[in-house]
Design a protein around this ligand. Sequence first.
Ligand SMILES: NC(=O)C1=CN([C@@H]2O[C@H](COP(=O)(O)OP(=O)(O)OC[C@H]3O[C@@H](n4cnc5c(N)ncnc54)[C@H](OP(=O)(O)O)[C@@H]3O)[C@@H](O)[C@H]2O)C=CC1
Ligand SMILES: CC(=O)N[C@@H](CCC(=O)OP(=O)(O)O)C(=O)O
Length: 347
Amino acid sequence: MTYSVAVSGASGYAGGEILRLLADHPDFEVRTVTAHSNAGQPLVAVQPHLRAYTHLTLQETTPEVLSGHDVVFLALPHGASGAVAAALPDDTLVIDCGADHRLESSTDWARFYGADHHGAWTYGVPELPRLSGTQRDRLAKTRRIAAPGCNASTVALSLAPGIRAGVIEEHDLVSVLAVGPSGAGKSLKAHLLGAEILGSANPYAVGGVHRHIPEIQQALRWAGADRPTISFTPVIVPMSRGILATSTARLVPGTDAAAVRRAWEDAYAGEPFVQLLPEGQFPKTADVVGANTALLGLAVDEQAGRVVVIAAVDNLVKGTAGAAVQSANIALGLTETTGLPVNGVAP
Ligand SMILES: NC(=O)C1=CN([C@@H]2O[C@H](COP(=O)(O)OP(=O)(O)OC[C@H]3O[C@@H](n4cnc5c(N)ncnc54)[C@H](OP(=O)(O)O)[C@@H]3O)[C@@H](O)[C@H]2O)C=CC1
Ligand SMILES: CC(=O)N[C@@H](CCC(=O)OP(=O)(O)O)C(=O)O
């Protein structure tokens, strides 16, 4: 069976990446693409790299235009998807790449986003360990998926195995991330990109204010933490795509190094898209550009009594669009890896 698909926010970075992946997906046919200020334009006028779609024109983003498809991907700014999603039929598979449906706690939502909370959908990171099984089990039974924040899923995948296995303490978690500016979307001002991001590393959202903090804490609670606390600091660096997250955590006293490594090996054994590198090897962002792969390296720092996990992810693939397509595959009962690249592009 071929599933008909609509992609909203198709003129943006996340929507464009969903379209790039779907062009090679044998079970999906993209029939409709929508946008906002670019509605009325041919898709390739705005996304000239997407040559598979020369026949499509961007339409207005309305529930009427999006209805009548089997699958709808929403890649809209925060706050814009809640109302659109609420008007779509229950049996349509809807995947929201924005934050509107990620958080279970309306208190966290109010604190970090402020506006109306639309409730939580099934979180779209299949490999996340849960107290019983993985997030994959829940994705198999849903028609509403909240694709993750790219930083949040990178850090959650880095730390959740240690929480799940009881080898790291849940307070005193620290993550510092180098992130590419494409994570901020196309609306990031051109002068910022050229004059301030090229040639510089710029910290932002410093001091416990980044909106991905509650998303990470929520994933760590699913892995068994009670009240996890994390210091989270992102730094924009001049690379178009990518996240390199360095996360450290205090080891539970008496835990030996072999048991620590085993926790991550066990969590991700057999996972095609989350891979732990051998001892002594660490990933670079260049290893995962264009791939739906999260690459992890792990070391035990004995003198500090901490584990150090370094994770590389392409924010637009495993961090968003790839996670969205992978989760949609699971929800539809398709082979999970269909249409998704495990290899990156190099150099
Ligand atoms: N970039 C990333 O790495 C990640 C992004 N996300 C999330 O994905 C979503 C899209 O992000 P991204 O692609 O980066 O953003 P972009 O700014 O690149 O794209 C935004 C898209 O939304 C459309 N749009 C803007 N305003 C409205 C509106 N009021 N109603 C309907 N459509 C509108 C734009 O249309 P037009 O161009 O025609 O105005 C465009 O297609 C966001 O929620 C973002 O947080 C999640 C994880 C990572
Ligand atoms: C460079 C940059 O600004 N990155 C974004 C990542 C956005 C993202 O992952 O998605 P959501 O906005 O959907 O949560 C940030 O840190 O906020």
